[in-house]
Design a protein around this ligand. Structure first.
Ligand code: NAD
Length: 297
């Protein structure tokens, strides 16, 4: 049994912390929001009054926070209090540059850092079936893995520090682009008088097939059950897709790599989120693309 400090007990963090607790570990949580601390207490997670108190005796530290600047601030507080040799897993989705700085800070302080962003959403966090994309040394990965296996179904070691974040944003950039392409194909099929079922039957078994078509079709009543069958309730929220697309564009600018389709996907998701898509699943962009707003693009 290990002592695990869990920092950031939001929609994702709390169920992940609960799974660690249920697996028999002693979890001490901290969040800046009182309501999150109360919910964690109700779920049986012991609360700490500060980050320092949460991490001082921890064998493993997990952070699940909103963005890179918060992660760096929290890492400073962690480093000031944690024991040397402690494994520190950051599962937040953040920019690659901040992830690399966080690695450097933690390594210099004698900690074993892993960036381990996830896919699978709140359902995956609750069910312990998240996919973790990990960056860090072999030693840190080996020590983090048993804990990641409690919270996740698939754990991939992608490379050195920052590689997990890089893998996540490359995948999600492609997902954003492919979802828009899928929506355009089904919208055009409809205008051309082709039934949506016929379009699905052909595309899902032809060279246009992809996850957005085959598994997560944005058209209701077609293909396996997806958020389109539930009024576009997320699922994977459009504002989180926008966040990841923006992170991909930040990384592309820093790496001097042109990603014109990624840039266009980011601008379309920005408009979708601003013009009624906030709170909807990212596949709901099909409705936006079918409107005059989408046509003006
Ligand atoms: P959330 O906003 O529900 O949770 C973040 C928590 O961090 C909040 O409770 C907040 O109070 C806390 N926090 C902020 N600053 C803090 C600080 N200085 N110290 C301690 N706690 C602090 O967000 P979420 O949905 O749980 O997402 C967390 C991360 O996971 C994000 O980076 C997000 O992009 C990523 N993610 C989310 C999903 C999803 O479906 N929600 C899926 C994949 C990845």
């Amino acid at each position: 049994m290990s002592t695990i400090a869990f920092i950031g007990l939001g929609n994702m963090g709390l169920p992940m912390a609960s799974n660690l607790e249920k697996a028999g570990h002693s979890v001490i949580g901290f969040d800046t929001v009182a309501e999150a601390m109360e919910k964690a207490g109700d779920a049986g997670i012991e609360g700490a009054s500060s980050i320092g108190e949460a991490v001082k005796d921890a064998d493993v530290i997990v952070t699940m926070l909103p963005n890179g600047s918060i992660v760096l601030k929290v890492f400073e507080e962690i480093i000031a209090a944690a024991k040397s040799g402690t494994v520190i897993i950051d599962s937040s989705t953040i920019d690659v540059a901040s992830a690399k700085i966080a690695h450097e800070m933690a390594s210099k302080a004698g900690l074993l850092p892993i960036d381990a962003p996830v896919s699978g959403g709140v359902g995956g966090a609750q069910g312990g079936t998240l996919t973790f994309m990990c960056g860090g040394s072999d030693e840190a990965f080996a020590k983090a893995k048993p804990y990641l296996e409690i919270m996740g179904g698939k754990i991939v070691h992608c490379g050195e520090g920052g590689a997990g974040q890089a893998a996540k944003i490359c995948n999600n950039m492609l997902l954003g682009i492919s979802m828009i392409g899928t929506c355009e194909a089904f919208a055009l099929a409809e205008k051309l008088g082709l039934s949506q079922q016929a379009a699905f039957d052909v595309i899902s078994t032809s060279s246009g097939s992809c996850w957005s078509v085959n598994t997560y079709c944005p058209v209701p009543g077609i293909g396996p059950k997806s958020p389109s069958d539930n009024g576009y309730k997320p699922g994977f929220a459009a504002d989180l897709m926008l966040k990841d697309l923006n992170l991909s564009q930040q990384a592309a600018a820093e790496a001097h790599q042109a990603t014109p389709m990624g840039a266009h996907a980011a601008s379309l998701y920005k408009r979708f989120v601003e013009e009624g898509g906030n709170g909807k699943d990212f596949s709901g962009i099909i409705e936006f693309l079918k409107t005059a707003a989408g046509e003006s693009e």
